[in-house]
Design a protein around this ligand. Sequence first.
Ligand code: NAP
Length: 225
Amino acid sequence: MKLGILGSGAVGRELATRLAEDGHDVVVGTRDPDATRARTAPDAMGFPPFSEWHAEHQHIHLVPFAEAAAHGGILVNATSGLGSVAALTAGGKAVQGKIVIDLANPLDFSSGFPPTLAPMAHGSLGETLQREFPEARVVKVLNTVNLAVMLRPELVGSGDHTLLMAGDDEGAKGEVRALLESFGWRDILDLGDISASRDTEAYVLLWLRMAGVVGHPKINIKVVR
Ligand code: NAP
């Protein structure tokens, strides 16, 4: 499968690593490849600069957002929630008709930690992306778990926990479900249309609180039914 990952941060990199290991053809998108390669400082969360990761993963190409969007049959939005509309806009016409896995959260850290949810034009980031890019098939998922758990659900409770998903396009959700099952996800709860993004994005504030109390990010919820 060909995937374009929009986002050169820790999440985009880890996702690219896993997808490439699984035999997929992936590229990582960024605003300015030269500027991203030139960074030498860790990011705000302490993750090392892009170049350190890329030294070990040179087979995964770093390209401008537009090229990443054109590359993928499926796109992954792994950008900062506050930059996601700009990133997809940079993707141009290539975004049309594509499945967009939106795992971003519109968190505002301008007043420090814990963050607040930034107001979004259409209630949530997921809805905003679907409305701003009506030809895209947005699936909101993976935003409610830590990046390690996204790719290795077995790290928590032997994999017996719930991933929340939302989106308007049933076919897109089916394709994304199959990809997530290849990561080991067994309990994927479809919350319905993209308006459920406002619930899963708000939940992330509670997730941050719980991870802080527990003392590590390898946690998740199980919807017992
Ligand atoms: P991040 O620092 O949140 O975002 C980095 C990416 O956003 C970079 O590609 C950057 O572009 C792009 N970006 C930032 N501002 C932009 C703007 N104004 N216009 C266009 N693009 C912009 O990276 P991350 O920590 O890897 O997180 C990615 C997303 O995953 C976030 O939305 C986060 O909430 C979500 N998430 C994270 C976790 C986790 O465990 N960390 C779990 C679930 C969801 P450049 O490449 O040009 O710098």
